[in-house]
Ligand binder design. Structure first.
Ligand SMILES: [Zn+2]
Length: 194
């Protein structure tokens, strides 16, 4: 079973927990870590979890609302990190952090225990931003945050996913005064981000 929960979303912090259950040992991976450590601990505790239950964290890009307490996760809990080489340069991990940092790039498939991930590039004002899709072998899930527009490359990577988490910027000036389609406001809650 593949399931996910948004722990935080928007310019104040982004973090999504994805889990694969294949029997006795679930795989839990945090996608982005844009919270303070206490906030993250509280969000995980709501599910009876702690940072020690995480098998890894994937960081999409270096903006503060996506990296938050990742350095503390690495130093204190030794949670392994997967991210692009460009993003890794900006994480400023402490030298005594024992957690491994795995560099991945566009189209480079990697596995964290029971989950397989495929990152892909997106347009965003960051060094080397990646978004991703993942699968437990039965279901596929996609995540795309901080995108100003959808590229053909992103669409091809997300083709066939069974669920997609989408978060993007919106322009309040353009939005103001325009009629809002009822299906849009009802179905797609919008949040701002940087
Ligand atoms: Zn960003």
């Amino acid at each position: 079973m593949l399931r996910f929960r948004s722990l935080a979303s928007g310019s104040s912090g982004n973090a999504t927990l994805i889990e694969a259950h294949d029997g006795l040992h679930p795989t839990r991976v945090l996608i982005d870590c844009g919270l303070g450590l206490r906030q993250l601990q509280a969000a995980l505790a709501a599910d009876g979890l702690s940072p020690t239950d995480l098998d890894g964290v994937f960081i999409t890009h270096e903006h503060g609302d996506h990296i938050g307490c990742v350095a503390m996760l690495a130093a204190r809990y030794r949670v392994p990190i997967w991210t692009s080489a460009g993003t890794a340069q900006s994480l400023k991990l402490p030298h005594d952090a024992d957690a491994p940092v795995h560099h991945v790039g566009d189209g480079q498939v990697f596995a964290i225990r029971g989950l397989e991930f495929r990152p892909f590039t997106v347009p965003h004002d960051a060094r080397e931003p990646l978004q991703l899709c993942c699968t437990d072998g039965n279901r596929a899930w996609g995540l795309m945050t901080d995108v100003g527009h959808v590229t053909a490359h992103a669409l091809s990577n997300l083709a066939g996913v069974h669920a997609l988490v989408l978060e993007s910027n919106h322009d309040r000036t353009c939005w103001r005064g325009r009629p809002t389609p009822t299906f849009s406001s009802a179905a797609w809650p919008v949040s701002t981000d940087t």
